[in-house]
Design a binder for this molecule. Structure first.
Ligand SMILES: C[S@@+](CC[C@H](N)C(=O)[O-])C[C@H]1O[C@@H](n2cnc3c(N)ncnc32)[C@H](O)[C@@H]1O
Length: 280
């Protein structure tokens, strides 16, 4: 049984390094997720791993622990609606206002194994490939290197392609890998790039984005951490940019940086800047 000092140290590490809130009702997760890490690192138990983490927090140990504790759950076209809203409402407007530059940049922040950025690419190919000359840059970022390596391969198991993809989409955007699932076509793959990025750190190196998807990651953060991540995202958005949050991501009372779309759930725009206070 892991002691309270070790649990507190783990809570602090996860909060500081990736924003994750580990509440005491999640104690069961510690044993089930860190057991295999301890084994892999040649340690006798999770208790030994905790001690090592407190006494000698080597970077490879810390990274392995964070990797084991975060949740990478994702699926293609998750919730459907944001992809439909992007295509029906956001992109037609943005393509008019960017008709001379013919370039759009979309950020899938916390993209996990890539289902989200590839879904964005597929949606665009289906709805806008009759608009020649446009450059689409979809950037997927995540804190986890192993999950980004998987995303970058573009390969998915039969279980994964069975979640969220119609047979038509599978046939149109994927090629079978003999004996092991499917890989996205080069046409889809070439629209997406991947980079490691922690949402708690400035993102200026990623450049400016017209659309940001940041879904199903803020739920793991406390309110001040959500506010910080959202502020950093806001700084990377075009003035008329649109942010899509997940259906469980509430930002009410968390930030004034974004305003919800009056009719479209889950869609947000940058809020107008608050007027400067007058000094006498
Ligand atoms: C549940 S998945 C969500 C994937 C996708 N956005 C979706 O909605 O299907 C959450 C992802 O957030 C990543 N993550 C957790 N903390 C992060 C942080 N501080 N910065 C960047 N990514 C983070 C995890 O590695 C994980 O892949």
């Amino acid at each position: 049984m892991i002691g309270s000092a070790d649990f507190l140290a783990l809570q602090k590490l996860l909060q500081d390094r990736c924003g994750m809130q580990l509440t005491s009702d999640k104690l069961y997760l510690v044993a089930s997720r860190l057991g295999p890490v301890a084994l892999k690192l040649g340690l006798k138990s999770v208790i030994d791993l905790m001690t090592e983490l407190r006494v000698r927090p080597r970077e490879n140990l810390v990274t392995a622990v964070i990797e084991a504790m975060v949740t990478h759950e994702s699926l293609f076209f998750r919730d459907l609606k944001p992809f439909e809203q992007m295509s029906r409402i956001v992109l037609p407007d943005m393509m008019r206002s960017r008709a001379s530059a013919k370039k759009l940049r979309i950020w899938s922040a916390a993209c996990s194994s890539g289902q989200e950025p590839y879904s964005i690419a597929m949606q665009i190919r289906e709805d806008f490939s009759h608009h020649p000359g446009w450059r689409w840059e979809i950037v997927g970022t995540d804190i986890s290197d192993p999950i980004l390596a998987r995303a970058g391969s573009g390969a998915f198991s039969t279980f994964e392609t069975g979640r969220g993809l119609s047979p038509e989409r599978l046939a149109r955007h994927f090629l079978p890998i003999p004996g092991h699932g499917h890989r996205v076509t080069d046409a889809v793959r070439s629209m997406v790039s991947f980079q490691r990025h922690n949402l708690l750190e400035p993102a200026a190196h990623l450049g400016q984005f017209d659309i940001v998807f940041c879904r199903n990651v803020l739920i793991y953060f406390d309110a001040p951490t959500k506010a910080r991540a959202l502020d950093l995202i806001a700084r990377q958005m075009a003035p008329d940019g649109v942010l899509f949050l997940g259906s469980a991501d509430s930002i009410i009372g968390v930030t004034t940086r974004f305003a919800p779309h009056p009719q479209e759930r889950g869609m947000f725009r940058l809020a107008p800047a608050a007027p400067m206070a007058r000094t006498a």
